[in-house]
Design a binder for this molecule. Structure first.
Ligand code: NAI
Length: 399
């Protein structure tokens, strides 16, 4: 077992037998996680023989962790992610009435994983509600640590809400709260630093991956200082740090108001490539685009701090309790997250071989029931049989 080391600039030194901590996850996590591991191992073995290997290290989180250890997120798990710099996780049940608002949010904040990276593309064969799903090819950089998601809010009728209302009216001179006595309040912090590091990561990604543009999506027409600040700081950063690239045309930075973006992304998706946006906008946009490309079941995600190199890759859907234990869950979201992990550590050949196997297998109409039932001549496979099919396809690739 060997851990990744990070350099001061956030770049990684990756050992050939890299340790990857993983959380199996609740519900369908127990089915999709082994499927993902089987496919990732097949790709690494096919591409590098015995020269490289993933050493999987199971760490606890979620309901299972609570049942056995009395905590949803043990400190040892956070420490393992910190020590190894990377990790991958299945979906986790959000505790109801527990101390943690959301485990995913706690993980992102605990490791300061400020970018939620969500690539969205279509795979031939997958049914889509739009006529030209192949035109959807975007990478979303969603800010992960600020905005209304910071969780600073007070419930209606509480002493805190009343105190906050008094502060607003008496000290800040705010008169526009329509129903002050029955209002809940939330605070939306958006900083220059937080916006800059997100837009910087998006611009670097666009340049590194030969993508033509970064679009700043915002509601700055209404929320002038938070969303408007994000847009202004984003442009300023691009002009300051990427002046040559902007001048030479290697990079274009543009912006779009969020509601217009949601229309345009349906009507002219080819106009957008890399998208940088705040937390709440990013939440809506990622799921809408994922639906355009065939559904949340195949959309991968990562949470990354580009300064420290720390990253956690994850399925973007939930625990799907309605189908858990039936061997029908679609493992594509987690498998594509493993592709992102392999790309992140520079094992591009293994990443590409999984993508190719997915392209081939889905194009042949072989998929889990959620996708197969909408395909022209779809063959529904169970979770493990689908993973076997992918592993077989990887095995037949010429390296
Ligand atoms: P969900 O994503 O688990 O399920 C919504 C619908 O999509 C269900 O019909 C489900 O069967 C289907 N579905 C989801 N993943 C699928 C897959 N891989 N293959 C086939 N069908 C799939 O969302 P829901 O029901 O709102 O949440 C259930 C639990 O998951 C909650 O505790 C929620 O908090 C948690 N959750 C966790 C997330 C995470 O860990 N990243 C994200 C979203 C929800």
């Amino acid at each position: 077992m060997a851990n990744i080391e990070t350099h001061r600039d956030g770049s990684l030194k990756v050992p050939d037998n890299v340790t990857v901590p993983f959380v199996t996850g609740d519900g369908v996590g127990k089915e999709i996680t082994p499927a993902m591991q089987r496919v990732a191992d097949a790709a690494v073995s096919r591409c590098y023989g015995t020269a490289r290997r993933i050493e999987w290290l199971e760490v606890a989180a979620g309901q299972q962790s609570f049942d056995t250890q009395g905590t949803y997120l043990p400190e040892a798990t956070l420490q393992a992610f910190r020590d190894c710099h990377i990790g991958i996780k299945g979906p986790l049940t959000t505790p109801v009435g527990g101390g943690i608002r959301s485990l995913n949010v706690a993980l992102r904040q605990g490791l300061d994983l400020y970018v939620c990276l969500r690539p969205v593309r279509w795979f031939r064969g997958v049914a889509s509600p739009v006529v030209h799903p192949e035109k959807v090819d975007m990478v979303i950089f969603r800010e992960n640590t600020e905005d209304i998601y910071a969780g600073i809010e007070w419930a209606e009728g509480t002493p805190e809400a009343q105190r906050f209302r008094r502060f607003l009216t008496q000290e800040m001179g705010v008169e526009r709260v329509r129903f002050p006595e029955t209002s809940a309040f939330g605070v939306k912090p958006v900083s220059r630093e937080g916006s800059e590091r997100l837009v910087r990561a998006a611009c670097r990604y666009a340049l590194d991956h030969g993508r033509p543009s970064v679009t700043l999506v915002h509601k700055g027409n209404i929320m002038k200082y938070t969303e408007g600040g994000f847009k202004r700081w984003g442009y300023e950063l691009a002009e300051r740090e990427f002046a040559d690239e902007l001048r030479s045309g290697r990079l274009t930075v543009k912006d779009c108001i969020a509601d217009a973006f949601l229309q345009n992304a349906l009507l002219r998706p080819e106009d957008y490539s890399v998208v940088a946006t705040l937390n709440l906008n990013g939440d809506y946009i990622s799921d809408m685009l994922a639906a355009q490309a065939g559904g949340i079941g195949i959309a991968p995600g990562a949470n990354i701090n580009y300064a420290t190199g720390n990253a956690i890759f994850e399925a973007t859907h939930g625990t799907a309790p309605d189908i858990a234990g039936t061997d029908t869950a679609n493992p594509c979201s987690l498998i594509l997250s493993a592709v992102m992990l392999l790309e992140h550590i520079g094992w591009q050949e293994a990443a590409a071989s999984i993508t190719k196997a997915l392209e081939t297998t889905l194009a042949r109409g072989m998929a889990t029931p959620d996708l197969a039932r909408f395909m022209d001549r779809g063959t529904a496979l169970g979770t493990q049989a689908f993973a076997d099919e992918l592993a077989k396809s990887i095995g037949t690739q010429i390296t």
